[in-house]
Design a protein around this ligand. Structure first.
Ligand code: NOJ
Length: 586
């Protein structure tokens, strides 16, 4: 090599070394600076109806959220996902929308919303909206027009079909909330399709006018300065070309609609259009709710060639209720939970980003679901938080999860508000279960478990409202609440704050790679996060016994945070969760 070639080659090598790390929206990341804001923060999910009531109406409101922004700041939250706050008859608590660009008066006004966005901005907290675009309310003016005749301008904005010759529904599909997925409409003389409740008719995405109207509504909120979107039930928007009966899967002779319509071929075309016309070019994040998208398919959905930044897929939440049939729960093992989460981590390793969650408004409390055998729910909450806040991805915390809130168990099905709880209860009875068994399933899996009012303090109604709360407060509110936990250094809340700080201060917890450890252990949930020469290890004991850690993850281990007061590097105490640094040689 002559001198000139040598210099050229050296220059090339230097240039290669100076290349910026590839961004995670696409590929491998080596430094925190190359992450987007939403990859470095924590998201907090608010169920506005249950968060904080400032008027005494018994229902939470937007001003109640604004009043607690500093509380969220203390947790290190950078974005709030609001479940729907649009006008709605509230059949499914807001997931039945009757106007996509207004605020339900029960929650306040558009001025209150603008104030929330502005106050959030002052604290670096963005507001993320929930887009419910598979269906609207049956009270939406689009549907009222659509159902009025077969020839009106919005006649094909929804999914209409003639009855079978004998007058029965076009197919035997069972809706997700029970009963036929078809509802007869006298006015129009046809059936319409509803994947969820009768009052939630499915929109017809094949119609470009429908797509335009939906995209316009999303752009309306972008103009208001929102920080992103969670997109509801998105796997159902594309229907199959032919509507055929499914194989009956219950005593009612029906077949779950999910099997017939979820993730139909061609769905990604709609979603790419959505991305191009709404999301592209904005400094926001999008997270799709995609029930039924397997971890292995994630690369088609997220990342630079996909549609969304993140996708909620539910494999780890289905371990105890396969097929979401509450009366037929399964026994599960820790290795199942670990491998489901590991699959999602692997799938988003080089493509997209993972939204880590254990709870949301559709789920029972995580301490009951993921640690059913731990009677001490405080240690359960801390152990789970240790995983939630140190896995690779963006943690999503659901209101009250940071306090260690637990399930409720009300005496009668009539005490439950949740439409799905009633559907699951009726389904269980129809399958031959007793009332007590059906109620037991509701106790374990009801969505109302997460929807009870936020526990702020020890005063009446947990400080949620001065009126009559729309849903009863969990009786344990005097022990589990934000005010008490704020002052207790050992509380679940302060454990969340500690881990949040650890995450913010250590790039390895955001930008670092992930690797599962002790994959076959039925006792310990452990993984490593590595960035350059730094290696952090999370280890959580899922048993009520002290377990010994293998030398490779305990020797030279500096404990940075532990749920135990006097942790021992070589062992994990019952239900202990810890994060530490392992010195690795250069
Ligand atoms: C998923 C939402 O999270 C849930 O609460 C709702 O009932 C259904 N989609 C229907 O919108």
């Amino acid at each position: 090599m002559n001198r000139r070639e040598f210099i050229q080659r050296s220059l090339l090598m230097t240039a290669a070394l100076m290349l910026p790390p590839i961004n995670l929206a696409g590929d491998i990341v080596t430094a925190k600076d190359s992450l987007k804001w939403w990859q470095k923060t924590l998201v907090y999910q608010i169920y506005p109806k249950s968060f904080a009531d400032t008027t005494g109406s018994g229902t939470g409101d937007l001003n109640g959220i604004t009043a607690h922004l500093d509380y969220l700041k203390s947790l290190g939250i950078g974005a709030i996902w609001l479940t729907p706050i649009y006008p709605s008859p509230q059949v499914d608590n807001g997931y039945d929308i009757s106007d996509y660009t207004a605020i339900d008066p029960a929650y306040g006004t558009m001025a209150d919303f603008d104030k929330l966005v502005a106050e959030g901005k002052k604290r670096n907290i963005k507001i993320v909206m929930d887009l419910v675009y598979n269906h609207s309310s049956d009270k939406h003016k689009w549907f009222l027009e659509s159902k009025s005749s077969k020839t009106n301008p919005k006649a094909d904005w929804y999914i209409w079909r003639d009855a079978k010759p004998d007058g029965s529904a076009p197919t035997n599909w069972r809706s997700i909330f029970g009963g036929s997925a078809w509802q007869w409409c006298e006015e129009r003389g046809q059936y319409y399709l509803h994947t969820f409740a009768v009052e939630q008719p499915d929109l017809n995405w094949e119609n470009p006018e429908v797509r335009r109207a939906l995209f316009d509504a999303a752009n309306f909120w972008l103009d208001k300065g929102v920080g992103g979107f969670r997109i509801d039930a998105i796997t159902y928007i594309k229907k199959p070309a032919e509507f055929k009966d499914g194989k009956p899967d219950g005593n009612d002779g029906m077949s779950a609609i999910h099997a017939a319509t979820a993730n139909t071929n061609g769905i990604l075309d709609f979603l790419h259009e959505f991305k191009a016309k709404v999301f592209a070019g904005h400094d926001i994040f999008t997270v799709g709710e995609a029930n039924g998208v397997a971890a292995k398919d994630l690369p088609k959905w997220v990342g630079k060639d996909g549609v969304f930044d993140m996708l909620f897929e539910f494999s780890h939440t289905l371990i105890a209720v396969p097929n979401e049939v509450w009366c037929r729960p399964a026994d599960w093992k820790l290795t199942q939970l670990k491998s489901a989460l590991d699959a999602s981590q692997q799938a988003t390793k080089n493509n997209g980003w993972y939204p880590i969650f254990f709870e949301n408004h559709d789920r029972p409390r995580s301490v009951n679901y993921f640690m059913p055998k731990n009677p001490d729910k405080k240690s359960a909450a801390k152990a789970l938080a240790t995983i939630l806040l140190t896995l690779r991805g963006t943690p999503f915390i659901f209101e009250g999860e940071e306090l260690g809130c637990t399930n409720v168990a009300w005496d009668s099905i009539d005490d439950y508000n949740d439409i799905q709880s009633h559907a699951q209860y009726d389904f269980a009875l129809n399958e031959g279960f007793t009332k007590a068994q059906a109620l037991d399933a509701v106790h374990k899996f009801s969505r109302d478990n997460a929807r009870t009012p936020m526990q702020w303090d020890s005063t009446k109604n947990a400080g949620f409202t001065t009126g009559q709360a729309w849903l009863p407060v969990n009786e344990n509110y005097r022990d589990i609440n934000a005010a008490v936990e704020d002052k207790d250094a050992d509380s679940v809340l302060n454990w969340y704050r500690k881990l949040s700080k650890l995450r913010a201060e250590n790039d390895v917890l955001t930008a670092g790679s992930y690797e599962i450890l002790l994959a076959d252990s039925e006792e310990i949930f452990a993984f490593a996060r590595t960035l350059g020469n730094q290696k952090f290890i999370t280890a959580v004991n899922f048993t009520d016994k002290t377990v010994t850690l293998p030398a490779e993850i305990s020797r030279g281990f500096k404990i940075l945070a532990s749920t135990e007061k006097n942790p021992d590097a070589a062992t994990l105490k019952p239900f202990e969760g810890r994060v530490g640094e392992l010195r690795i040689k250069n």
